[in-house]
Design a binder for this molecule. Structure first.
Ligand SMILES: *[C@@H]1O[C@H](CO)[C@@H](O)[C@H](O)[C@H]1NC(C)=O
Ligand SMILES: *[C@@H]1O[C@H](CO)[C@@H](O)[C@H](O)[C@H]1NC(C)=O
Ligand SMILES: *[C@@H]1O[C@H](CO)[C@@H](O)[C@H](O)[C@H]1NC(C)=O
Ligand SMILES: *[C@@H]1O[C@H](CO)[C@@H](O)[C@H](O)[C@H]1NC(C)=O
Length: 331
């Protein structure tokens, strides 16, 4: 069993630095989507701590929404107001930049991803990527904006213009190399209990659409677990079934995760197969679910229900006849 556990521990606790359980690098992303249509802009913004959304932008009030109490970090009210004003200013400036200076004609959409990452031992890395209509346009790293080849002459022009705008570039640099690292430290600190929580998976089996005549698709559903790393395998005894197809790990609405692992087998070979789940919340007690052939299970359930129905009828019959005086008609 140990040989199975060791690589698993490596997956669950990579890096092994002081923030046990946090993947390396620890990252914060700001995502912005802006659409320009019929002479007006709509801006949407969100903040993500790793894969967890922690912030969003309220368009009507121009304020930051904190999705968890700890999303606020240690920011003071004054700092928060300054930051919100900066975001508004940024939206206004870049509207003007794309329309008046780069002469984009609507409608179009713009995506901006600003990332900062904390690498253990290597400090922070920050970069910004901008895409227009889903195509890479320009990027920012090491205090310099560079065009993507796909962006063509407009991207080149954009970089020439913003690299000259020292105020704007300094602000981006400040955001990536001061504000973002500080936020990461505060989120790690304040969100520790939430981020290091352990939620056990639930698992159940079903059969999928038949892959062909005489074949079965066994589906093992695993849901509701946190954190994300998980190990799921169809097994026969201690033998891993290499045909196991593991789906992507997808988010549930409550911040936990789910996935499916399927196995295509000949109908006669399904008996004795089991789905095995390993997860850090299970403390080494793997979940193991054995495949019970659906049709046999159906017949067993049917038989049990019929037997119960018969027993009930018999019971009612017996209790009625014992309550009624012998020989008297019912009415
Ligand atoms: C475009 O905006 C104008 C003024 O805001 C409005 O009257 C018009 O109905 C809009 N057109 C469309 C297609 O949304
Ligand atoms: C956004 O701001 C508006 C106006 O202040 C407010 O009514 C609304 O509740 C806010 N939405 C959220 C999700 O906080
Ligand atoms: C930025 O600088 C780092 C090291 O200082 C270097 O590894 C990296 O290639 C640079 N990136 C760009 C886009 O110049
Ligand atoms: C945030 O504030 C709390 C309480 O004032 C403090 O204990 C904590 O160290 C601060 N965190 C950071 C990362 O500065």
């Amino acid at each position: 069993m140990l040989f199975l556990l060791l690589p698993l521990l490596g997956v669950l606790f990579p890096g092994g630095d002081s923030d046990v359980g946090f993947e390396d690098p620890v990252s914060f992303h700001l995502l912005q989507t802006s659409t320009f249509n019929n002479h007006s802009w709509v801006h949407q913004g969100s903040g993500w701590f790793g894969e967890l959304q922690t912030h969003s932008w309220n368009r009507s009030s121009g304020t930051i929404i904190f999705l968890y109490p700890w999303s606020r970090g240690n920011i003071s009210n004054k700092e928060l107001m300054d930051l919100e004003r900066l975001v508004q200013l940024y939206f206004n400036e870049h509207q003007d930049f794309y329309i008046s200076q780069l002469m984009f004609k609507g409608p179009f959409d713009l995506q901006v991803a600003a990332d900062c990452e904390r690498h253990s031992g290597k400090g922070f890395l920050g970069f910004v990527q901008v895409a227009i209509q889903g195509h890479d346009f320009i990027s920012f790293q090491n205090e310099t904006w560079s065009p993507y080849p796909m962006g063509g002459r407009k991207a080149q022009k954009a970089c020439n213009l913003i690299n000259l705008n020292q105020v704007y570039t300094n602000r981006k640099h400040w955001l990536l190399s001061y504000a973002c690292p500080r936020l990461i430290s505060e989120l790690l600190d304040g969100g520790k209990a939430h981020l290091q929580r352990q939620v056990k998976p639930e698992a159940w089996l079903s059969s999928g659409p038949s892959p062909g005549p005489g074949r079965l698709l066994l589906v093992c559903h695993v849901s509701g677990f946190y954190p994300k790393p998980v190990w799921v395998m169809w097994m026969r005894g201690e033998q891993e079934q290499l045909g196991t197809q593991r789906g992507d790990i997808l988010p549930n609405a409550d911040g936990t995760w789910h996935l499916q692992a399927t196995l295509d087998v000949a109908a006669g070979e399904a008996a004795g197969l089991a789905c095995r789940v390993k997860h850090s919340s299970l403390g080494g007690q793997d979940l193991v679910l054995y495949w019970a052939p659906q049709s046999a299970l159906g017949w067993i359930l049917f038989a049990v229900i019929v037997a119960l129905a018969l027993l009930t009828v018999l019971y009612i019959h017996l209790s009625c006849s014992s309550l009624l005086p012998n020989g008297l008609p019912f009415f």
